[in-house]
Design a protein around this ligand. Sequence first.
Ligand SMILES: *[C@@H]1O[C@H](CO)[C@@H](O)[C@H](O)[C@H]1NC(C)=O
Ligand SMILES: *[C@@H]1O[C@H](CO)[C@@H](O)[C@H](O)[C@H]1NC(C)=O
Ligand SMILES: *[C@@H]1O[C@H](CO)[C@@H](O)[C@H](O)[C@H]1NC(C)=O
Length: 392
Amino acid sequence: MSSSYESWRSAATNRRPTHPTDNPKIPGPIYADLDPAPRPKPVIQLLAFGFIIFLGLLQFLPASHFRDPSDPYRKWVPFNSDASSYSTSKDGGNPTLFRANDEEEGMVHVVSWMDCLDLKVLAVLANSTLSSSRYPDLVHFHFFTPQGDKDKVSFYKLKVLFPHSNLELHGQEEVKEMIRTATSEAEYDSLKFEEIAPFVIPRVHQSLRKFIYVSASLILKGRVEELAGIDLSTHAVAAAEDCSKRLNSYVNSDVLGAIQRSTSKPWASVTPYVKDTCMPELSLLLIDARKLDKEFLEAVLWWSKVLNWSDRSSKENPAITLALYNRYLKLSNSWLVKEPASLEIIEKSTVVHYDGPKIVCSEFGNDTIPGPSHGNLWINYLPSMSNQILGS
Ligand SMILES: *[C@@H]1O[C@H](CO)[C@@H](O)[C@H](O)[C@H]1NC(C)=O
Ligand SMILES: *[C@@H]1O[C@H](CO)[C@@H](O)[C@H](O)[C@H]1NC(C)=O
Ligand SMILES: *[C@@H]1O[C@H](CO)[C@@H](O)[C@H](O)[C@H]1NC(C)=O
């Protein structure tokens, strides 16, 4: 082997300098038995192979960083970084929204319920929520309407007005069915679905965990992600307190005292009820369904029953208030719904009542003509095309 190599070398070195262009037609000697490439040591081969496998396996490691799609700088954020450190990098944005283990990268779910469909009211709610939000891309609406997802026309109308929004229409039947099976007919008829629905919806739609429940006839001017980011600690519900309404104007304190002393139900307070407790504002709630008591619906229905509420359906039912008694986180007063009575109130408030014309359900369940408007604020939250699309 080495001898043939030597002879090839000597032939080449001998020939080249002497006759570089001589007889080009005569090829040089061909040596078929060239040495194979030097073989690397098996250990090195094994190491290299192992290294490639190692690189391949790296991709199976869990992701450690993510980028917020709405962040203009597309900064990489570690998944397990302290939530507060991230919020400082976002100039004091919302802390818990982007918490590491929060599913779906901090979507804010906004849920609403409407007994009779009124697209204009929904459009004002969606527009006000989106235009006040810092990250409108992360807002996801779930509107529970009589026809729900079967009503494609309404869905597309809303989609035309809010093309970039995440919104879904859901039916109400499953939620109503769950309430119906737990109640007698008289009780069922006396219930206000709009009030009870937020506590039943997460049992039907289990993917909804932490969400904001908002009455459709509100105009939201505060940032929903700030509300959604509030830490509920052990509570399942957060609500603002409305001290213009006191418990004793809805339920007789003596009757309530007697019930409290004689019952052993787990949801009744062990200490006497404070009779002038402020009522929670039920039209804007933050709910963490994972912490919601399984018996919550039962507790509400029980209170309705012991107070004979089906006999006097005209008055506001305190059953939900009693079921929530001492069990909800009190939101700051800024989240209390205000009446848009003056420009000053409107400017300062984070949430006000819808003041436009509104379709009211008749007692037959069919829609009536829209009532009169009480102000002009709502007009600011109707996209310009909405009259053509929704009809005026
Ligand atoms: C409810 O009605 C029952 C019988 O109709 C009566 O015994 C009870 O005292 C009533 N309860 C209240 C709180 O009014
Ligand atoms: C609603 O239905 C009732 C009975 O079905 C009917 O008498 C009433 O006129 C209807 N109202 C409207 C606004 O359609
Ligand atoms: C909300 O409505 C106003 C017009 O009143 C419009 O300028 C704005 O673009 C709308 N915002 C959204 C998110 O649709």
